[in-house]
Design a binder for this molecule. Structure first.
Ligand code: UFG
Length: 342
């Protein structure tokens, strides 16, 4: 059995990936510092899969612990989610983002090199493209100057990985996520935003359940059909599955380059208003919203060209926007019952 380390494995995308890994027959060990996740997620993963992943609670900034971990454990591959991810916060606390997202990446890669662990999957983001000149966005679109320290950590992270693979036995794949949403069909795991949600879907579900008064739609004067901004929303379970495909590619030595990049999206874009309408239809209720000013730093439109992932990873998003929105809504209702929050 292959043993896979998932850093940040109790977070939103991490937890869904742990479930898919276990169900695909991998032995999983998680490192998570619980800075933006809850220990109870471990039990919820276990209740979905019937298998309890090994769990180590520590901060990857503790370099010595990272080295000790890799010396003690026999690991076949690493999926590295652990990172800070709030765009706005990163503008106010850039050093926190460089320390949390860059130092930790360096420590993990160094420990992997020292212990002959060769397969690494990196969480990157479509944010590296900024506002792309052409849509849909292919992997060869230029990487634009980052809009935030968070975005910059993803660009720098990709470069660190690429440069490391050229001079070591490491093989790396960076997955550039578009907008991950939704929750597991069991409604046992999902997104747990702290405080006021910054992202669209949790804001919508919190509004629908009555925690927020109304959704503010950030701008209706974009050059799109209905004036609201367009994104490629991908179900977190589909995204999780893309990680398994990428990992298998490395484990089975099917990668064509030592460092590869794939877009992970659905290939089609939805406007904010389309999302609101789709949510209302899927859940059969009205959603209160108002139009406000554009949000600083937002781009007009982004959606993926997924040809490369389809061809090389044999992966394609399968779940629909309705699946995404209904699962997010079921998860919100479950959180509200207050049975899940510690
Ligand atoms: N939006 C609203 N109201 C809200 C929240 C969002 O109208 O309350 C709009 C945004 O303006 C945007 C769309 O909904 O047009 C999606 O916004 P999100 O915040 O959900 O997602 P973003 O596309 O802004 O951000 C996502 C990830 C980031 C990543 C970025 C890369 O959350 O981590 O994509 O483009 F950096």
């Amino acid at each position: 059995m292959q043993r896979i380390l998932v850093t940040g494995g109790l977070g939103f995308i991490g937890s869904h990936t742990v479930v898919e890994l276990q169900q695909a027959g991998y032995d999983v060990v998680i490192i998570d510092d619980l800075s933006n996740s809850q220990l109870s997620v471990l039990d919820r993963i276990t209740s979905i899969t019937g298998m309890k992943p090994d769990f180590h609670q520590f901060d990857l900034k503790e370099k010595e612990k990272v080295h000790q971990f890799f010396q003690q454990e026999k690991i076949d591959g690493v999926i590295h989610f652990a990172a800070s991810k709030a765009v706005g916060e990163s503008v106010n606390e850039p050093l926190k983002y460089y320390e949390n997202n860059i130092n930790t990446l360096v420590y993990v890669l160094k420990a992997m090199n020292n212990n002959q662990v060769e397969n690494f999957i990196f969480s990157s983001s479509c944010t590296v493209y900024g506002q792309a000149d052409e849509l849909p966005i292919t992997e060869s679109a230029p990487v634009k100057t980052a809009e935030s320290p968070y975005g910059n950590t993803k660009q720098i992270g990709e470069e660190i990985l690429k440069e490391t693979t050229t001079v070591s036995n490491l093989n790396g794949i960076a997955l550039r996520y578009f907008n991950p949403i939704g929750a597991h069909a069991s409604a046992k795991i999902g997104e747990l935003p702290i405080g006021v949600p910054q992202n669209l879907i949790p804001y919508i579900t919190q509004t629908a359940i009555g925690i927020r008064e109304e959704l503010s739609i950030f701008g209706d004067d974009y050059p799109t059909e209905d004036g609201t901004a367009i994104r490629d929303y991908i179900h977190v379970v589909d995204l999780a599955k893309a990680h398994i495909k990428a990992l298998e590619r490395l484990i089975e030595n099917r990668n064509k380059e030592k460092y590869e990049v794939f877009n992970v999206g659905t290939g089609s874009g939805s406007s904010v208003l389309e999302i609101v309408k789709a949510f209302e239809k899927a859940t059969n209720q009205d959603l209160a919203y108002k139009i406000v000013e554009r949000r600083a730093g937002d781009i007009t439109a982004a959606f993926a060209d997924t040809t490369l992932a389809e061809k090389e990873l044999n992966w394609k998003a399968e779940l629909t926007l309705e699946d995404c929105l209904l699962s997010a809504w079921n998860w919100q209702k479950k959180i509200h019952e207050n049975t899940l929050v510690e």
